[in-house]
Ligand binder design. Structure first.
Ligand code: ZN
Length: 279
């Protein structure tokens, strides 16, 4: 089964994460399949808008930290960061190399895709899943969608693509991180992180209708408008801020590796879920 599906619907490319049995947990195979799909959509002159979707009940439960297809130990053909392979390296060197490529580097690469991207979010959008929604230009969520970054439970100050204080007001970002609580779609809409909230059974129809409206605009106008807003965010410190926080993120991984079972402080999907349910 392919981990990412690609379909053309008129001027819209729909890219769908396809590991519903694991709530679309993102392993490296999925990361590179997404990159391949986005590359294909950018290269196709008939595609004006890209929709990123998740098959099944949930958009994405985050990075794969525990499925049978977890592949963090494998080499892939690197294309986001010009850094050496993480395989065969030890400790922080290996983690920094890997996360520079598959997390921060890939997300930055996708944020710069010169065509509008819409995240179509239902159910869970957690941690690494947030990164995928955040690299999209627009987020349309169904009423059952929720967002959370619970990695502070691992002693880590947020996911690798640290867009939190740009995706939401700083005080809300702190509450989001400090509690790890789920932010419902309605709340995400209120704070401006989500463009629209729609009933679950209307999600796909409304996203495609919005994509088609955008697709009527000229390609160059869309690409430049996107770049203009991205540049403004970077002038507000987003790019440099993320680099600074990436260092803190890796300090946390290294601290965990020194003082506990592993770089995730011994947490796995089961213990993360238990901690979330107990709160
Ligand atoms: Zn990390």
């Amino acid at each position: 089964m392919t981990v990412v599906r690609y379909e053309r619907r008129g001027p819209v490319a729909v890219v769908t994460m396809n590991r519903p049995e694991y709530r679309n947990a993102q392993n490296s195979a999925m990361t590179y399949a997404l990159d391949e799909a986005f590359y294909r959509a950018v290269a196709d002159d008939d595609v004006k808008v890209i929709v990123l979707a998740g098959e099944g009940g949930h958009f994405s439960a985050g990075h794969d930290i525990g499925t049978p297809q977890r592949d963090a130990h494998l080499s892939f053909d690197r294309r986001a960061a010009l850094w050496w392979d993480h395989v065969g390296k030890d400790g922080a060197e290996s983690r920094f190399a890997r996360e520079s490529e598959v997390y921060l580097g890939m997300c930055r690469r996708w944020r710069e895709i010169p065509k509008p991207m819409i995240a179509m979010v239902q159910g869970a959008c957690i941690a690494g899943g947030l990164m995928l929604a955040w690299v999209c230009d627009l987020i349309v969520a169904s009423e059952d969608a929720f967002f959370a970054d619970p990695v502070v439970r691992m002693g880590i100050p947020g996911v690798e693509y640290f867009a939190h204080p740009w995706a939401m007001p700083p005080r809300i970002a702190k509450e989001f991180l400090f509690t790890g609580d789920r932010m419902p779609a309605r709340r995400a809409y209120e704070i401006g992180m989500v463009n629209r909230v729609v009933p679950r059974d209307e999600l796909e129809g409304q996203v495609l209708a919005l994509a088609e409206r955008i697709a009527a605009m000229p390609r160059m106008g869309l690409a430049l408008a996107k770049k203009a807003v991205n540049q403004a965010e970077d002038l507000q410190g987003m790019h440099a801020g993320m680099d600074a926080v990436f260092g803190l993120h890796h300090l946390a991984h290294a601290h965990n590796a020194e003082t506990s079972a592993d770089s995730l402080a011994g947490m796995d999907p089961k213990s993360m879920k238990a901690a979330a349910d107990g709160s």
